[in-house]
Structures are given as structure tokens and as C-alpha cells.
Design a protein around this ligand. Structure first.
Ligand code: GCU
Length: 419
């Protein structure tokens, strides 16, 4: 028990650790699992939309992420601040407090919205952050989060409050000026507002607040985990954006990195208002095929981060072939909407090839709609974006979101939305 706790702490600890090959973890392409992928059973576009899509969604609820409750009542949106000349006049910045009047135990989340000035109704990227709004934006007047924070990149689980030193610490992952100058809005919130990211985080977050037994809840198979809760938060941001006149709510792209990339895929699978779905280095439990057992595995992720998933998922540790889904089916749940999968060349932990292959094997669903997916059958060389309705690239460098990634996402959204 102590050993596994230690292992958890070590693996959870640092993104650097996440890059380093770990003993006992397979990084050998010759030794990847070769169990056949579950059949997508595609027949016609109508059958996909009217029955098969729903069946697969249910399988992901039962076996991976759990079911998202739909009885939490209407969210309330309060605009708490508006600044018309943010980022030197480039944008209007708003803060919106989102709460659940019927579930007052949840403290709510603070959405930060940047609207490009001069654009009547902007398409919008929607994503959660690891560090809070003040980490996404370096602007001095963005309030510091007062909620649970990772103490530092190396101490992940400890309760801690944000400090001035973390202002702008995530800004390289959110190139606001670049996005706004391209005519897009950005809507973001802190994932810790929804649920602190550690084994007991749910007790202070949304899941306990809306569960009948509160902090005494025993989570059963098929009930939601943290990824489900975070994905729910993304959909509430979409709800707000429907009410914002300066947003073109038909053009919302959901985006996330790493565990939040898993979240973005799950949000995009459930909520078809996200017209473009983007997974940045989402890896195991996200875009990477679980049956390959390359880099992080189902066994590792369910041991180290059990709180992310529904409890049933852990039953596939060491026996992935027994799981009725694999991640090409998660990508397919975005169909026929455009979906983008990005890998990073040094991010073996996330299994770049497994991320590519889930896109490849989702292709038949896009074909039903007469749409081209990746357009290639072999993983492209680094820094060579490919794809039509399924985009993919493997960028030089490590596990991160970079300017290069954003260049591709902006071009992808523009191309598909005719902007
Ligand atoms: C760890 C974890 C990954 C996750 C990543 C992250 O490395 O094993 O599954 O994607 O953290 O969220 O940064």
C-alpha cells in the first residue's frame, strides 16, 4: 500500500518524470499489444447518428468515464467584471461566475472570457487550465485563484493557495494575443474550481456537492470520475457562450492538454455543440489506444489516478482486451465533426503512435459521412500536420502546448469553419 502510494506520488509528481522512460514500462514497438480493436460496427451515417453513436457513448460511460448527471438544475451565470481594453485594447475581458442554484454546496467556477474587439460574433476556443485564470493570463488585474492549487509542479497533491509568482505561468500554453488576433475568442476556467485533482479532491468539489451522500459517497461502477466532472464544466461554459452576443455559438472548439485533453475528448464526445474537438498530448485514457500497452498503460493510470475514471475502468488493468471499447471509438464519437489529435515527439509516455492510430481507426466513421479522415495510413514524420476531418501532427519537443500546436489548431478551425 505504502509502496503503491509512493509510486503514485512519483508518477504524479512531475512532467519531467512523465518524459523519462520508466523501468517496467514498454517503449518497444516490437512488443506492443496486438489484440484486435473492438469493431466500430459502422453501417450507415443514419445508423451511426441514431443508434451506434449512442451505444458507444454508453460504453464509455459504463467502462471508462462514468455517466454525467443531467439533473443538476439550470446553471446561473453572473458577469462579475468586464474590461473593454484588455491586452492593450485587443480584447474585452469578462469574468463570469457559474453556479448551480439548486446545488448551492458547489462553490461554482469563474470563467475568464477574452473577446476580440472589433469582431461582432467570434468563434471561440473553450478549455480548462491547470493553474487558474491568473496563470493563463499575465494581466496583473486577473484575480488570483483562491481555490485548491498544486503546490508546485513537483508537489501535486498538497493543498496550497495561488501566489503572485504563478501569474502568467501557463501563458505559453495560452497564446492569447495570437488567438485573439486570429479573430477567435477564448473561454477558460480553472479545473480545480470544478474538482481539485487528487484522490480526495471530489470531496471539496462538484461531485460531492451534487451527490446525495456527499463526502460519504461510495462511487459505484458507471458513476462519474473527475474527468467527467471537468468535462461537465466545459459544457457549462458552452451554455454560457450561447447567451453571449459577441460569441458565434455555432463555432465552439473544445481544447485540452494531457489529462485535460482526455477531458476535452470526453466533453466533445458528449456535447455536440463543440464543433471542433482538440486533444493535445492526451495519451492514455485519451487518444492513445489502450490495447497497445506502450508507455502509460491502463494498469498504471488506474492505479495512480483512479479518481479520474469510473471505478469499472480499473478492472481492465492488465487485461485490456476484456474492455469493450478502445480509443478509436472515443475519436469516432466526435464524427462527423472535425477532430484534431496532437502528439509530441518526446512524449513517449503518451504513446504518439497510439494517438495517431486511434485517429486512423476512427476514419471509417467519417467515411460514412463522405468525409476524409487522416488521409494517410502511416504516422507522418515530425512537424508534418496531416488530415482533413481528422487532423494529426507529432511536434518536435516534449509534453506541452506550444505556439506550433496553436498555429495548427487555428488553421484547422479556420479551414473547417470557412473563416
Ligand atoms: C501524468 C499522467 C498522464 C497525464 C499527465 C498530465 O503523466 O500519467 O496520463 O496525461 O500526467 O496530465 O500531465
Amino acid at each position: 500500500m505504502i509502496a503503491s502510494r509512493l509510486l503514485s506520488l512519483l508518477i504524479a509528481a512531475s512532467p519531467v518524470f512523465a518524459q523519462t522512460p520508466r523501468p517496467g514500462v514498454n517503449y518497444d514497438e516490437e512488443k506492443v499489444g496486438n489484440d484486435p480493436l473492438p469493431d466500430l460496427k459502422v453501417t450507415t451515417a443514419d445508423a451511426w447518428m441514431n443508434s451506434r453513436r449512442g451505444e458507444i457513448l454508453k460504453l464509455f460511460e459504463q467502462h471508462v468515464y462514468g455517466k454525467t448527471p443531467t439533473n443538476l438544475g439550470a446553471p446561473k451565470f453572473e458577469v462579475t467584471a468586464t474590461k473593454m481594453d484588455a491586452l492593450g485594447g485587443l480584447a474585452t475581458r469578462k469574468f463570469i461566475h457559474v453556479s448551480l442554484p439548486e446545488r448551492p454546496a458547489w462553490q461554482g467556477m469563474d470563467v475568464m472570457l477574452y473577446l476580440p474587439n472589433g469582431v461582432k460574433a467570434a468563434p471561440c476556443f473553450v478549455g480548462l487550465s491547470f493553474g487558474g485564470n491568473h496563470a493563463v493570463s499575465a494581466e496583473k488585474d486577473v484575480p488570483l485563484s483562491t481555490r485548491w492549487m498544486r503546490e508546485s509542479k513537483d508537489k501535486h497533491i498538497v493543498n496550497h493557495k495561488a501566489t503572485e509568482a504563478t501569474r502568467g505561468s501557463e501563458s505559453s500554453r495560452w497564446p492569447l494575443e495570437k488567438i485573439l488576433k486570429a479573430g477567435f475568442a477564448v473561454a477558460t476556467a480553472y479545473y480545480g474550481d470544478i474538482e481539485p485533482d487528487h484522490a480526495d479532491g471530489w470531496k471539496e468539489g462538484l461531485r460531492a456537492a451534487v451527490s446525495r451522500a456527499g463526502v460519504n459517497t461510495t462511487w459505484r461502477d458507471g458513476e462519474w470520475g473527475a474527468i467527467g466532472a471537468w468535462a461537465w464544466g466545459l459544457s457549462r461554459i458552452a451554455d454560457f457562450l450561447q447567451t453571449e452576443s459577441h460569441i458565434d455559438a455555432r463555432h465552439l472548439a473544445v481544447i485540452g492538454h494531457s489529462r485535460l485533453g482526455k477531458t476535452s475528448l470526453w466533453a466533445g464526445a458528449q456535447d455536440e455543440r463543440f464543433g471542433v474537438v482538440i486533444s493535445n498530448n492526451s495519451g492514455e485514457g485519451g487518444a492513445a489506444l489502450m490495447r497497445r500497452d506502450f508507455g502509460e498503460t491502463t494498469a498504471i493510470i488506474t492505479k495512480v489516478f483512479p479518481h479520474w475514471f469510473t471505478s469499472q475502468y480499473a478492472n481492465y488493468a492488465g487485461r485490456v482486451a476484456a474492455c469493450p471499447i478502445d480509443m478509436h471509438m472515443l475519436i469516432a464519437l466526435a464524427a462527423p465533426r472535425p477532430v484534431y489529435i496532437a502528439s509530441a515527439a518526446e512524449d513517449h509516455w503518451a504513446d504518439q503512435k497510439g494517438e495517431f492510430l486511434s485517429g486512423l481507426h476512427a476514419g471509417p466513421v467519417y467515411a460514412l459521412f463522405g468525409k476524409k479522415g487522416l488521409g494517410v495510413h502511416v504516422q507522418p514524420s515530425v512537424d508534418t500536420p496531416v488530415g482533413d476531418f481528422i487532423g494529426y501532427h507529432n511536434r518536435t519537443g516534449k509534453h506541452d502546448v506550444t505556439n506550433y500546436d496553436w498555429t495548427q489548431y487555428l488553421a484547422f478551425a479556420k479551414r473547417h469553419w470557412g473563416l
